[in-house]
Write a protein that binds this ligand. Structure first.
Ligand SMILES: [Zn+2]
Length: 312
């Protein structure tokens, strides 16, 4: 049975857009393949992460993934000393050329940092404003509304699902899971299907369970499943810059194994399978706080317990 890999690139920062996106576009053009770029287009305040160094869980992750060498110090400081640069203004041409090359273009965030730290406290109007500003900026840059979206840090709530449903997205990729499904909120089906990420990200897995830069590619390849949904998320900041050589090897390797690489939108089949699921909040190893996970009825992570627990 054939193995197909859906490839999504999350672009979180100004630096990742400027350096990582052109590198990845060149690599994809060499192999004549297409993927899905999820862009962050508003202010880059990702450096505010550094203020959270005081939290032990985050410090552990920074040290394990050697964050400064992984992301670059300029990312870690971006937005800490004042408002961060508006990525869609600074990197307009880079985003436009990725779309013009034929890559699927989706919205990741207006303000990635604000979303990942405050989404569970945002009301419907605030969520709508984030989505609207991001879609407007991408439309100004590429000439068309983004066809899909992916919530920053896999943080998605009922309110997010309901507000996204008002936008012309053909699907969203807001959670971790196993299969393409229709999300259900308070017993109501959301019209936009979810294409979940099935694989962990580099920073989640590196340095754990014996995974190193030397065996990381083999580890990911060993987790690909023939005949089933495989979705890998890479980051423009990581696989597009500091781990570019490693990712070039990965691409060469999977293409030599005749694995097809496709944008996520091409994984949608028509008509959609009737599978429905709720999205729950769970803690995943290597990731700070909760993430949204397709509830498959099996335990794919740990319940966060307490106030984080329950359907979202
Ligand atoms: Zn992101």
């Amino acid at each position: 049975m054939k193995t197909i890999l859906g490839l999504r690139i999350d672009v979180d920062t100004n630096r990742g857009t400027r350096l990582g996106v052109p590198n990845l576009c060149r690599l994809f053009s060499r192999h004549r393949l297409f993927a899905t770029f999820f862009f962050s287009v508003g202010p880059d305040n990702m450096g505010r992460h550094i203020l959270r160094l005081l939290r032990p869980e985050f410090l552990k992750k920074m040290l394990r993934s050697r964050a400064p060498s992984l992301y670059g110090w300029d990312i870690l400081l971006c937005g800490t000393l004042g408002p961060g640069p508006v990525i869609g203004e600074r990197q307009r041409d880079t985003i436009a050329s990725a779309a013009a090359l034929g890559h699927e273009t989706g919205l990741h965030a207006w303000d990635h940092h604000a979303w990942q730290t405050r989404i569970d406290r945002m009301d419907a109007k605030q969520v709508h404003t984030h989505l609207q500003k991001g879609c407007d900026m991408l439309k100004r840059i590429t000439g068309r509304s983004p066809v899909c979206s992916a919530a920053p840090a896999w943080k998605c709530t009922d309110t997010v699902l309901e507000e996204k449903d008002r936008f012309p997205f053909s699907y969203n990729s807001d959670c971790r899971g196993e299969t393409i499904f229709t999300p259900v909120v308070s017993g109501r089906k959301i019209s936009q299907p979810q294409i979940p990420a099935t694989l962990p990200t580099y920073d989640e897995i590196i340095g754990t369970a014996g995974v190193t830069d030397e065996n990381y590619n083999d580890y990911i390849i060993s987790r690909l499943r023939p005949g089933r949904l495989n979705v890998l998320t890479i980051h423009a900041e990581v696989e597009g810059v500091s781990r570019l050589t490693m990712f070039e090897d990965f691409m060469g390797n999977i293409l030599s194994k005749k694995i097809d690489v496709l944008p996520l939108g091409e994984l949608l089949i028509n008509p959609l399978p009737g599978k429905t699921a709720v999205i729950v909040q769970k803690k995943l190893p290597g990731r700070e706080g909760w993430v949204s996970v397709q509830d498959t009825g099996q335990d794919t992570g740990q319940d966060t317990g307490g106030k984080d627990k329950g359907k979202i």
